[in-house]
Design a protein around this ligand. Structure first.
Ligand code: AMP
Ligand code: MN
Ligand code: MN
Length: 329
């Protein structure tokens, strides 16, 4: 299905069915977990039965979120459910094999996302690539359908949107985003407290990781591309968790003159995770990611590719170099 479904069509499905499994992507971020909690609690408030499943479970940095104890790793057997809702997930495989198996009894698939590269793998799709976060789409859906917005939903939408916009800073942030944040505060959100829990609450090992990464920082000769890398040994030495590196790429992105920031991470299985940020749509990192089977957004995208690290780096940096040259800054 290439067209977006309407909110009314999605509302109709939500009304007609009783049991839902809500999924989000592997290595979940604030928008993934926040979206699951936001929609899950809104549906429960109208009497639906809901399971919130994520391949990798709840990351430690989001354990402060009200309702986060409802995020489960996939049970071994398929969950009895009518509808599966995938949130914030650019491709079906990014939901994870075990999560896909757990959701395999679902008859109807709804896919709600903001990734431009999303191939619309649901029976019903709502992909809005102009939205800065899936959480913002869900706020629009919940208000349009007049669904309840319990405290868990309210706070989760804020976490989803704040984390995906780099605290309401990225160019994807719109007037609607700020209006929505104002409405959430009017609905009782404690903005100081929630920001403290999101941003001023990092484990010490994350700062040690920052120190290790800074030692690997490199720049292209013209300073337009900057990158750093993490060996799997660093994960072992510092006893890191996957979420510890979340958002650190913004340090590289914030360097004056840098148009593209890249983070290369060696994973325990030998694959390389690449995280890219661009400051200018002329260098579309989603397109660069798609050259290697990844994707995301024009200004923020990722890849999971074959190692070893040095080969992956050479390939990706060459593709970025071509794109930067073509942009002709
Ligand atoms: P990250 O750099 O991991 O924060 O990801 C940046 C954006 O790209 C997020 O919106 C991700 O969901 C998306 N993304 C990351 N890795 C991939 C991938 N392998 N395939 C598709 N989208 C991805
Ligand atoms: Mn996400
Ligand atoms: Mn997102």
């Amino acid at each position: 299905m290439s067209e977006n479904s309407t909110f009314d069509q999605i509302g109709d499905l939500l009304r007609r069915h009783q049991s839902f499994v809500i999924l989000s992507h592997v290595r979940p971020d604030g928008d993934a977990i926040g979206s699951q909690i936001a929609l899950g609690f809104a549906l429960e408030a109208v009497g639906k039965s809901v399971r919130l499943i994520n391949e990798d479970g709840l990351p430690d940095n989001l354990a402060f979120m009200a309702g986060s104890d409802r995020i489960e790793t996939p049970p071994a057997d398929p969950v009895d459910c009518e509808v599966v809702i995938a949130l914030d997930t650019a491709t079906k495989p990014r939901l994870g094999d075990a999560a896909l198996h757990a959701a395999s009894a679902g008859k109807v698939w709804i896919n709600i996302d903001h990734h431009v590269s999303n191939p619309r793998y649901g029976d019903f799709n709502y992909i809005d690539s102009t939205s800065p976060a899936t959480g913002q789409i869900l706020y629009e859906l919940i208000t349009a359908l007049d669904l309840p917005c319990p405290a868990e939903t309210r706070d989760a939408i804020y976490v989803a949107v704040s984390t995906d916009t780099g605290s309401f800073q990225y160019p994807s942030t719109t007037a609607k985003t700020y209006e929505m944040a104002a409405e959430l505060i009017k609905r009782g959100l404690d903005v100081g407290k929630i920001n403290e829990l999101i941003y001023d609450n990092h484990p010490f090992r994350r700062v040690e990781l920052m120190r290790a990464l800074l030692n690997t920082l490199e720049r292209s000769a013209d300073g337009r591309v900057a990158w750093w890398q993490m060996l799997d040994q660093t994960r072992v030495d510092l006893e890191l968790r996957p979420e510890d590196s979340e958002g650190l790429i913004d340090i590289v992105r914030a360097i004056r003159g840098v148009q593209v920031a890249v983070f290369f991470e060696e994973l325990p299985d030998g694959k390389i995770r690449v995280s890219m940020r661009s400051k200018d749509r002329r260098v579309d990192v989603c397109k660069i990611g798609q050259e290697f089977g990844g994707g995301g957004h024009a200004l923020a995208a990722g890849i999971r590719m074959k190692g070893p690290l040095e080969e992956a780096k050479a390939l990706v940096l060459a593709a970025i170099d071509r794109s930067v040259k073509a942009a002709n800054f």
